[in-house]
Design a protein around this ligand. Structure first.
Ligand SMILES: Nc1ncnc2c1ncn2[C@@H]1O[C@H](COP(=O)(O)OP(=O)(O)OP(=O)(O)O)[C@@H](O)[C@H]1O
Length: 232
């Protein structure tokens, strides 16, 4: 479904991705792990047309390298960046309505689906998004992207800074996506959560993929965990 081969990315003269290659199959949750600065966010940005990229990014057989961000989104790849991405002056419900623009009313998700996943958003549906807490804005960003009905969603550090209870809700959200056939590329620091919910784990180091295997294979590989993830 998503196939990446020999991907290089650049910030000006700085060459930060060096031949990245991996695949995401339909309905698969793939965790993209690695230390800070290893190139995970840049990989997401390169796919979304937000970083200078060379190489092959294929989506459903079509080469999408170098497309504009709105073109990539239009093809069905949703992106939830690390920074919260909401319209602060609009209400929660209005934010979700804007998210729905790509899908129209024919999408697989309803407002009620979002409110069932995150009841706090239902309580606050008429509240201006900008006055909500960081965690609530994070939930809204996830839901707004999902309302566009992507077939793949790329999520950068969704649990960063969230209370454990909300982290559990986010994990449940990811399981719901998978149950409805949405693929997920999950950039995550929390190894335990990432390994619990993912079908496959990728580890990046210095702008390359240094491990690609199942969560069980990663758990059984102390070398990769110690060398590239700093856990024993
Ligand atoms: N806008 C930028 N301009 C120049 N260099 C950048 C920029 N963004 C990231 N880099 C560099 O690119 C490399 C990869 O960074 P990237 O953000 O992709 O890593 P990461 O694994 O996602 O880590 P983090 O969680 O810290 O973002 C790092 O060396 C980083 O310093």
């Amino acid at each position: 479904m998503l196939e990446i081969d020999n991907l290089h990315a650049f910030y000006g003269k700085s060459h930060v991705l060096h031949g990245v290659h991996f695949k995401v199959a339909p309905g698969e949750i793939v965790a993209l792990l690695g230390r800070n600065g290893s190139g995970r966010s840049t990989t997401a940005k390169a796919i979304m047309g937000l970083a200078d990229a060379e190489g092959d990014i294929r989506w459903k057989g079509q080469r999408i390298t170098g497309l504009k961000p709105y073109e990539v989104a239009h093809l069905g790849i949703g992106y939830v960046p690390e920074s919260r991405d909401i319209f602060p002056k609009l209400t929660v419900h209005q934010n979700l309505m804007l998210g729905q623009k790509r899908a129209g009313k024919g999408g697989r998700w309803s407002f009620d689906d979002m409110y069932a996943m995150f009841p706090r958003l239902k309580e606050r549906q008429h509240t201006e998004a900008g006055v909500m807490s960081g965690g609530e804005q994070q939930m809204l960003t996830l839901c707004r992207t999902l309302m566009g009905d992507p077939d793949l969603i790329i999520i950068d550090e969704p649990t960063e800074g969230l209370a454990p209870k909300i982290v559990e809700l986010v994990a449940e959200y990811l399981r719901t996506l998978k149950a409805k056939g949405v693929s997920v590329l999950l950039i995550e620091q929390k190894l335990t959560i990432a390994l619990q919910i993912s079908d496959r784990a990728l580890v990046m180091g210095h702008g390359s993929i240094v491990f690609d295997g199942t969560p069980e294979e990663l758990k059984a590989n102390p070398y990769v965990r110690k060398e590239w993830l700093e856990v024993g």
